[in-house]
Design a protein around this ligand. Structure first.
Ligand SMILES: Nc1ncnc2c1ncn2[C@@H]1O[C@H](COP(=O)(O)OP(=O)(O)OP(=O)(O)O)[C@@H](O)[C@H]1O
Length: 671
């Protein structure tokens, strides 16, 4: 078969190739080679070799003879856009040098073979939008690791969108299909418009409700001990009291109590950790070890509040002791006693907040919030309306129970308006849950790059400055409080900054360097993206400063930083971009047009950009300390407030403030 023969075979599969492909014939000596001049219509050649076919807009009907195309194993680019070709998608998997495939606006139909893309690891551009494809989006697309553009919109794809994890993907659209379930976290960054017209998609970035948590199967009653609080009385939520009281009052009902509590505990854990963990029958954990029982007995000897449920009962002779003490499967970690109570199912660590118990959580409605690098998050609304986020953390088995307990209590004592303090935790060898207040607006990452709704529109210059200032203050506070840490936050990025209803930032997921397994830390903590970590595998508090700089530049430019991706190419290298703009004196061009649409670039915006540049210097020694960076932002906020007062705006005291040595706020100070 010559090249000409193969193309004529292809031509014969079209029903109406004339007149558009009339140059494809071998009747004259001039036309026998497709690459010789005059070249055959739509044939791309390089050094006499066919490298591509551009056959768009020719009104072709019929099918594509893939057998003919396999004659060109090194073909790179194929386009049939805007024809009326039909039938199932041809088996392009045999053309494994393909870099771009354009089939948009045809009548191809039916499901796509699930493994079609497994061999296409050079594929960069795939446009199959506006056809009649149905069935699932093939997971084999995740094998096409080079994909930059993926367009599958306006088809009939159904089922869940697979989590493709395509790090280089820059252009993506799956709108107007019949997809359902959660949007995979790796694709959320493309925003709502990439998914609109899929009525049954849920969770971020969709504007509708969060995804419901699947109803768990009835749980078997495990042999599990529940060790309740060690020291303090927990006032139960009023609605729970009447139900629990009969079971904690007397020994006769102990078996019943055990069953109820254990069952309830399991339901909570099922809700919080999902099906996977449930189906794995829980092993007898370290809570059930002899040590755990001793801890319970010890607590009782001290007259502490205790509720015990065990296959082999322990002496609870003190059950009526300590007047006023009541027993629930819950502990408040009020310090002092160390890790003894950390065997409890849920340990409260935030003494500033009203305690809640498993029953409160168990009665709540739960929803999936999303999945991150370190685990997944769920929202639960308890009776009375208190909404919490339960984070199920992976990779936190660095510390044993007692040390983990110590860290969580330390975090629970943090108190700063820009730091999200944990409320409670649950520790088992194979499961770690951390409970926080639920913050309704979600993450800054989502507001900046998500659906571009009302919250995004609210991100004007004063609001962005307020957010940067809050993050700077919170970070300075963390650096003062967690001074002994190798890197006090370790994972600062806009995904870990939550935004309050008043657009105040709340920093989350800090201090994990102490908890996370050392071997995975470099891949899951953003501070390891700092230059010193990349080159020397070393992080320090200055790595946090680098992360703060990236966040600052992201907020000011509105660009998604390429630093967040594991492979380069996607996003914008905000660090490099800023450095070169500063050296060319064109800083004002970097400011997000959303800001400059309402306010012309000002000196203060440029000053803030320069703080970002200083924080992202390659050498840690050239970066300011976190406290100094906060002070620099503070000065800019004061200047802006002063200008605003001069212009008759809000009061200087309102925006001004300074960070004290402990990171606390001194409102109104402009020194
Ligand atoms: N306290 C909270 N209130 C509201 N939403 C939250 C809360 N904590 C987490 N979320 C949301 O839940 C989702 C998953 O969060 P999670 O912390 O598991 O991952 P992440 O922060 O996106 O990524 P990473 O694990 O890399 O930090 C995110 O959309 C996040 O904004």
């Amino acid at each position: 078969l010559t090249d000409a023969d193969a193309l004529l075979l292809l031509k014969s599969s079209f029903q109406n190739p004339e007149p558009s492909l009339s140059s494809w014939f071998t009747g004259s000596p001039n036309s026998s080679s497709p690459c010789a001049l005059p070249r055959w219509t739509g044939v791309l050649c390089f050094n006499g070799i066919i490298t591509g076919l551009r056959l768009g807009h020719l009104n072709l009907t019929g099918t594509i003879n893939i057998q003919a195309l396999t004659h060109f194993p090194s073909i790179r680019s194929i386009s049939f856009v805007n024809n009326s070709l039909s039938g199932p998608i041809p088996d392009f998997s045999r053309l494994d040098a393909l870099k771009s495939l354009y089939l948009s606006h045809n009548r191809f139909s039916g499901p796509i073979p699930l493994n079609l893309f497994s061999t296409l690891d050079h594929l960069k551009k795939l446009w199959i939008n506006d056809n009649d494809f149905s069935g699932p989006v093939p997971f084999s697309l995740s094998k096409a690791k080079s994909l930059l553009e993926l367009h599958i919109e306006d088809n009939g794809f159904s089922g869940e969108m697979p989590d493709l994890k395509l790090p280089l993907l820059q252009s993506f659209n799956a709108s107007n299909n019949e997809l359902s379930g959660p949007v995979p976290v790796s694709l959320v960054r493309f925003g709502w418009s990439a998914f609109e017209g899929n009525e049954r998609l849920c969770g971020p970035p969709m504007p509708g409700p969060a995804c419901p948590v699947p109803t768990p199967a009835p749980a078997p009653v495990p042999k599990e001990e529940i060790i309740a609080p060690k020291e303090e009385i927990i006032a139960p939520a009023p609605k729970v009291m009447p139900k629990l009281r009969p079971f904690v009052a007397g020994g006769a009902n102990r078996g019943h109590f055990v069953g109820i509590v254990v069952g309830l505990v399991l339901v909570l854990v099922l809700l919080a950790i999902g099906f996977a963990a449930v189906k794995r029958r829980r092993k007898v954990s370290d809570l059930e070890s002899a040590g755990g029982r001793k801890a319970a007995a010890f607590d009782m000897e001290k007259g502490a509040v205790t509720a015990v449920a065990a296959a082999s009962p322990v002496n609870d002779g003190n059950e009526h002791g300590s007047s006023g003490h009541k027993r629930y499967g819950l502990a408040r970690g009020s310090g002092g006693g160390g890790g003894g109570s950390s065997g409890a199912v849920l340990v409260m660590v935030n003494s500033q907040r009203e305690a809640f118990g498993l029953p409160d959580l168990m009665k709540s409605a739960a929803e999936v919030l999303g999945n991150g690098t370190l685990g997944s998050a769920y929202k639960a609304i308890m009776a009375g309306g208190h909404a919490v986020a339960v984070k199920r953390m992976r990779e936190l088995s660095r510390l044993n129970k007692e040390l983990f307990d110590g860290e969580m209590r330390r975090f629970g004592r943090l108190n700063h308006p820009n730091v999200l303090t944990p409320l409670a935790y649950h520790f088992r060898k194979e499961e770690k849950l951390i409970v926080y207040d639920y913050v309704p607006k979600g993450s800054l990452l989502y507001i900046l790059h998500g659906d571009r709704g009302a919250d995004h529109a609210a991100l004007d210059w004063p609001t962005r400055l307020k957010i940067v200032l809050g993050i700077a203050r919170g970070m300075a506070y963390l650096h003062a409080e967690l001074v002994s840490y190798e890197v006090p936050h370790g994972n600062l990025k806009t995904a870990n900054v939550l935004i309050s209803p008043t657009f105040d930032p709340l920093i989350a997921d800090y201090g994990l360097i102490a908890l996370v397994n050392p071997d995975v830390a470099p891949t899951v903590l953003f501070s390891f993206k700092s230059p010193e970590a990349q080159h020397l595998r070393h992080v320090s508090p200055k790595s946090d400063v680098f992360c703060f700089g990236v966040v600052l530049l992201e907020i000011l430019t509105g660009k998604f930083p390429s630093q967040y991706l594991n492979n380069t190419k996607g996003g914008t290298d905000v660090v490099q971009w800023t450095a070169s703009a500063i050296s060319d004196h064109r800083e004002a061009e970097l400011i997000d047009p959303v800001i400059t649409a309402k306010a012309a670039p000002t000196m203060e915006m440029v000053r803030l950009l320069r703080v970002g540049a200083a924080c992202t210097q390659v050498s840690p020694d050239e970066r300011p300390e976190m406290k100094e960076a906060a002070e620099l932002v503070e000065e800019i906020a004061v200047a802006v407030a002063g200008a605003s007062v001069g212009a008759g705006g809000s009061s200087r005291e309102e925006a001004a403030g300074s960070v004290g040595t402990d990171g606390s706020l001194h409102a109104g100070s402009s020194s």
